[in-house]
Design a protein around this ligand. Structure first.
Ligand code: NAG
Length: 145
């Protein structure tokens, strides 16, 4: 009994010390592609495991390579961002599990606010958008991979 309580405490502690959504909550689509995206974008931008981890923890280090990595995740395959720098939340929806409306709404609002504020550098735009999404969402709904 004591052991079980201890285990529960440890498990709770571990899951609350990371704010990003754990892998087993990823949608099947995201699960099937994210490792490939990660690998390619890491290779392409030269960012590090440590910088990715910090961003998963919501720390957003001031570093060019992690900004370009975030850009790469969103723009890989010209998938999610239109020429007007507007994120296609319908496409983003396929990567998220059912019931992710709050996430989509937060990303959409952050994206539009930054575009309307005149941010034209896509790398900066996507980085600040992700930061804004992180700041406005329940920590258990924060994705970065
Ligand atoms: C856009 O921002 C990135 C990241 O800060 C920077 O590396 C790049 O030089 C900027 N591009 C332009 C055209 O200013």
């Amino acid at each position: 009994m004591v052991k079980e309580i201890l285990l529960l405490v440890v498990v709770c502690f571990i899951s609350s010390s990371f704010s990003a959504v754990p892998e087993h909550h990823f949608s099947p689509t995201l699960l099937s592609i994210y490792q490939d995206w990660q690998r390619r974008c890491r290779m392409y931008t030269g960012t590090t495991e440590e910088l990715i981890k910090q961003t998963q923890e919501g720390k957003f280090p001031e570093d060019e390579s992690i900004k370009r990595y975030t850009d790469c995740l969103y723009t890989h395959h010209d998938y999610m961002v239109g020429p007007d720098n507007i994120v296609d939340t319908r496409k983003l929806k396929y990567l998220l599990p059912e019931g992710s409306e709050a996430i989509l709404e937060s990303v959409r609002k952050c994206n539009l606010d930054l575009v309307n504020a005149g941010e034209t550098n896509l790398t900066e735009l996507l980085w600040n958008m992700h930061k804004c999404y992180h700041d406005n969402i329940d920590p258990s709904l924060y994705y970065f991979y």
